[in-house]
Design a protein around this ligand. Structure first.
Ligand code: PGA
Ligand code: ZN
Length: 436
């Protein structure tokens, strides 16, 4: 009889569960012969980059075509067959097996939703087999090159949602805050809670409140995009905080959603802009408001627009690539070489495996770029990304608003990890573009 091995995979199992939009998604569970267990759930984007890993959806009428029975079957059939008996602690080999089994460039065969759930579940099982929480397992793997105590990531938190997440009530997708002056993670969350409350009060007083968007930010009835930025400044002040000093503004323009070929249609403002005029508008906001970070200021098919924007932007502005980079190491390197952005958004399900996600992360780090680990607009109770942010030392984390449990489970997990580390310390301000 063969001996049982603590890290040898005994079972891989998937089921259909439901995400924060009430849509089906894939949950995967991995158990080892030694009794270690890992579970993970695939998130889902709405404003997706064209080059992301593809979620396998059933199509047809059932649940609007969003069902995932084929992706679940892929896990319980082919993937379970390929991974049973593999060493769960060899993440690279597991992900290589998933990539080879899928055989496509965008995971469209097995589904990125199937592969990312399994890949993440394996990572959890490996940490469990090592007897460590995931953040610590990842940190321990990294300390060959680094020493010291991990810091918690600086939160980037949505207050107003728009774009594809709010029926395009405003064109800009995320109006967020970053507690740039906070002493620690606890204070960053506490300040954001006050800003979120103040924003709700202001909007209720003015009759602007309609509900909450996909990521839990208020769904505003603003007349213009700029009115949302102005209201955010007033919300920071209304919370008794100093805009720019204590709490700053971050925007995800998600420009691919309202433009292509260097032409952008801002329905809310009733204007059509070329890349240069869009840059004029955004850089005007940067001058007038305490904005420290802008994500996807141009469309994913407009790298020239990005480059021109970056040349005109102050050096202290964080310029983040999401749809353009899609958590792909080669795209990150190319964007760095061409001076397209200075920061990469990292979303595991854009890549489809943990190894590819980490490769994109490392490509950004090696090139001296900033990194933000990020959730998707469709989320669940899965809090893996918080562990990635701490264990990989991303320095920043984006998970949506300060409401709804699929968001709060992540912010709260950061508090638990801080307690376990013994400090809620944030990275030093000098590591961020606005602190240099
Ligand atoms: P998505 O949005 O998850 O719908 O793609 C998040 C983002 O654009 O950052
Ligand atoms: Zn984005």
């Amino acid at each position: 009889m063969t001996k049982t091995a603590p890290t040898r995979i005994a079972t891989v199992h998937a089921r259909r569960v439901w995400d924060s939009r009430g849509r089906p998604t894939v949950e995967a569970e991995v158990a080892t012969e030694g009794g270690a267990f890992g579970r993970a759930i695939a998130p889902a984007g709405a404003s997706r980059g064209a080059n992301e890993a593809i979620d396998l959806r059933d199509g047809g009428k059932r649940f609007g075509g969003w069902d995932v029975t084929h992706a679940v079957k892929a896990v319980n059939g082919a993937i379970a067959g390929a991974l049973t008996g593999a060493d769960v602690s060899d993440q690279a080999a597991i992900d290589r097996a998933l990539i080879d089994l899928d055989g496509t460039a965008n995971k469209s065969n097995l589904g990125g939703n199937a592969t990312v759930a399994v890949s993440m579940a394996c990572l959890h099982a490996a940490a469990a087999a090592a007897g460590m929480p995931l953040w610590q397992y990842l940190w321990a793997g990294e300390t060959r090159t680094r020493t010291g105590t991990p810091t918690l990531p600086l939160p980037e938190i949505q207050i107003f949602g728009g774009g594809a997440h709010a029926e395009r009530r405003v064109d800009v997708q995320d109006f967020m805050v970053i507690a740039t002056g906070a002493d620690d993670y606890e204070q960053a969350l506490a300040w954001t809670a006050e800003v979120y409350l103040a924003a709700g009060r202001i909007m209720a007083d003015q009759g602007l409140l309609q509900g909450v968007a996909d990521e839990g930010g208020f769904w505003p009835a603003f007349d213009t995009n700029e009115q949302a930025v102005e209201t955010l400044v007033r919300a920071i002040e209304g919370a008794g905080l100093t805009p720019g000093d204590q709490v700053s503004i971050s925007l995800d323009i998600a420009a691919s959603e309202f433009g292509s070929g260097g032409k952008y249609r801002l329905a809310r403002d009733g204007s059509e802009l070329d890349s240069n005029a869009l840059a004029d508008m955004l850089l005007g906001w940067v001058l007038r408001y305490p904005i420290v970070s802008i994500e996807d200021p141009m469309g994913e098919d407009d790298p020239e627009g990005f480059i021109a924007f970056g040349k005109r932007a102050p050096e202290t502005l964080q310029i983040v690539g999401d749809d353009l980079l899609v958590t792909n190491a080669e795209r990150v390197c190319a964007a760095h070489r061409d001076g397209v952005v200075n920061t990469a958004l990292i979303k595991p399900n854009q890549a489809g495996t943990m190894t590819e996600t980490k490769a994109a992360f490392d490509a950004a780090r090696t090139n001296g770029m900033g990194v933000i680990v990020s959730a998707r607009s469709g989320e669940t109770e899965d809090a893996t990304i918080v562990h990635l942010a701490v264990g990989w030392n991303s320095l920043q984390l984006k998970v949506g608003s300060f409401a709804r449990s699929e968001r709060m489970v992540k912010w709260n997990e950061g508090l638990r990890i801080g307690d376990a580390i013994g400090t809620f310390a944030l990275p030093p301000k000098s590591v961020f573009p606005w602190g240099r």
